[in-house]
Design a protein around this ligand. Structure first.
Ligand code: DQA
Length: 176
């Protein structure tokens, strides 16, 4: 798993006084982007995608934190920290299997945008099962890295319109 942060500490004017805090959560095998099935997922690495998100975040005045893990429980534990106002989630294969990740996203009560590099609905039938789509506030699929920046722009728009609650700071999960 990996965790990094980037972005701005200043607000953009019309929204709340402080910057929107967005968690970008990426699930299993997305650490292999760049070499993983490039005809489906493209040739950009996750670091390159995150650098693009971070650059757009600075322009938008949004604070972003990045987290990727190949482990369902680690992703859930990261959500439980609740140190963000909204999230961008590419749950990868867990999209199609994980009731627990869905439950965690609902439990922490933060709006999230679902992103996929490919469009799972046009691929194998098992990818049409999706445990997240009906609880996401928006979705960007099949747009490769552009989906993440569109998701960030959507959250910034919602924040400026007062549609996202400014949440209190870190809430520690009981299990550290
Ligand atoms: C994915 C699509 C999923 O079906 C797949 O399991 C992934 C990546 C995407 O970004 O296109 O790992 O989430």
């Amino acid at each position: 798993m990996s965790e990094t942060g980037a972005g701005s500490a200043t607000g953009a004017g019309t929204g709340p006084a402080r910057a929107l805090r967005v968690l970008v959560l990426n699930g299993p095998n997305l650490d292999l982007l760049g070499t993983r099935e490039p005809t489906i997922y493209g040739r950009e690495t996750l670091d390159e995608i995150n650098a693009g998100i971070a650059a757009r975040a600075v322009e938008l005045g949004v604070a972003v934190a990045f987290f990727q893990s190949n482990h369902e429980g680690a992703l859930i534990d990261r959500l439980h920290r609740r140190d963000f106002d909204a999230a961008i989630v590419n749950a990868a294969g867990l999209t199609h299997t994980s009731v627990s990740l869905r439950d965690a996203l609902l439990a922490v009560e933060r709006p999230f945008v679902e992103v996929h590099l490919s469009d799972p609905a046009t691929r194998e039938p098992f990818r049409r099962i999706n445990f997240l789509e009906d609880v996401a506030v928006a979705r960007f699929v099949g747009l490769h890295a552009r989906g993440y920046t569109l998701a960030l722009e959507e959250l910034a728009r919602r924040w400026a319109a007062g549609l996202i609650l400014a949440r209190a700071g870190d809430v520690e999960a009981p299990h550290g």
